[in-house]
Design a protein around this ligand. Structure first.
Ligand SMILES: *Cc1c(COP(=O)(O)O)cnc(C)c1O
Length: 376
């Protein structure tokens, strides 16, 4: 394994170095344990959605844990994956591509493409016959933090037409969907699985694989979803809906794979009368997502000497460090009444869509990850 933990815990590093920039602490053992849990429980191929966190240390540890296939959206993500795993299988599941991007994908031997309209299928005319083309299906689904169906995917009727066209052109026909980021409700997969079976039937096409997307997470609320229950529901629904034509399964978690392997450590720059707090990171850094889907839920505060602040929580307005008035969390956060300037506010479960979205606006941003043996 490439990453040797240098520190036992974030607190051990903080008490020694009192870092004054926001940092992510990374526990490779936590990441590998999640990857193994997916591979042991999910009844098909487990791939990783690179956009959630494309860090080299993340990709390398997933490879070490046995992940060999990756959902990529751009040439840069393809190169990042191949740099840590020369024979990695690439699934190019961004259904909108420029001709130049298609050329890179062909040169790198992408194994699977998603498509959601005929025009995009036309752009893939030069891809070798037999390559998998996975039709991206969209349903209106409630229960996820974002509705991915708003941007990509086709309705069932047009999905059936496209699937027929994929087969007629000599590609391997498959279906893919994404129930929505942070989706943790097994029923969301059930509805999609049933719709996918109807699409295949309507098209008169037997699909090779069904890609059930990402989701699998509800980390902001702090209660981890029951992954095994979701896996079992998917398996049962696929068997029930497809019967003897049951396709092989693929999943592509991003957030659920990587979120719990990282803790974001921010520092209190100022405490104001009335309780407002200024941190050294905010919505232009590791807390970007807070604006769209709410603030993270699992928080603890420690002093520079590692002491846990245990005072009763009070609701505090939280500002980021930049000189921009929108750099504040949308709602007050419950934080200890006895916290002080110079303390550290640790946000757990911050491995996804944090570092990959951080900017350097106003000279702030999140530093390179520090490797730890355990996050608590
Ligand atoms: C973003 C994305 C994922 C991962 O989504 P999570 O909600 O992070 O699991 C999976 N598949 C596709 C096609 C995506 O765009």
């Amino acid at each position: 394994m490439r990453e040797t933990p240098n520190w036992a815990t974030p607190a051990a590093h903080i008490t020694r170095h009192t870092p004054d920039t926001a940092l992510l602490y990374f526990a490779p053992t936590a990441l590998q344990a999640t990857a193994r849990r997916f591979q042991a429980g999910f009844d098909g191929l487990v791939t990783y959605a690179v956009k959630a966190n494309p860090g080299e240390e993340v990709l390398a540890n997933l490879v070490a844990a046995g992940i060999r296939a990756f959902d990529v959206a751009s040439p840069r993500e393809m190169y990042a994956v191949r740099a840590v795993c020369a024979d990695a299988v690439l699934h190019y599941n961004n259904p909108v591509r420029s001709p130049e991007e298609v050329a890179v994908a062909r040169a790198l031997g992408v194994a699977s493409y998603s498509v959601d309209c005929l025009r995009e299928l036309d752009k893939l005319a030069g891809v070798p016959r037999g390559t998998e083309m996975s039709v991206r299906l969209a349903l209106p689904v409630k229960g996820a933090a974002y509705d991915f169906g708003e941007k990509f995917g086709v309705d069932p009727a047009r999905a059936a037409e496209l699937l027929r066209e994929v087969a007629a052109r000599g590609f391997t026909p498959s279906i893919t969907f994404h129930p929505g980021t942070q989706c943790a409700d097994p029923q969301a997969w059930g509805a999609y699985v049933a719709a996918a079976a109807d699409v295949a039937r309507a098209a008169g096409v037997r699909i090779a694989r069904l890609n059930v997307g990402g989701g699998f997470a509800s980390h902001r609320e702090g209660d981890a979803p029951d992954l095994e229950a979701i896996f079992a529901h998917i398996r049962d629904e696929v068997a029930r809906c497809f019967g003897p034509e049951t396709p092989a399964l693929v999943c592509e978690p991003g957030r659920a794979m990587v979120a719990d392997a990282f803790t974001l450590a921010t520092r209190v720059k100022a405490l104001r009368e009335g309780g407002a707090v200024f941190l050294n990171d905010g919505v232009y850094g590791g807390l970007t997502e807070a604006r769209d889907i709410g603030a993270p839920g699992r928080i603890r505060v420690i002093g520079p000497d590692g002491t846990m602040r245990r005072g009763a929580d009070v609701p505090r307005v939280v500002f980021g460090p930049t000189c921009d008035s929108i750099d504040r969390l949308p709602d007050p956060l419950p934080l200890p009444g006895d916290m002080a300037e110079g303390d550290y506010v640790l946000f757990h479960g911050m491995g996804a869509y944090s570092r990959s979205l951080t900017t350097r606006f106003n000279g702030y941003g999140v530093g390179d990850p520090v490797t730890v043996a355990a996050l608590e």
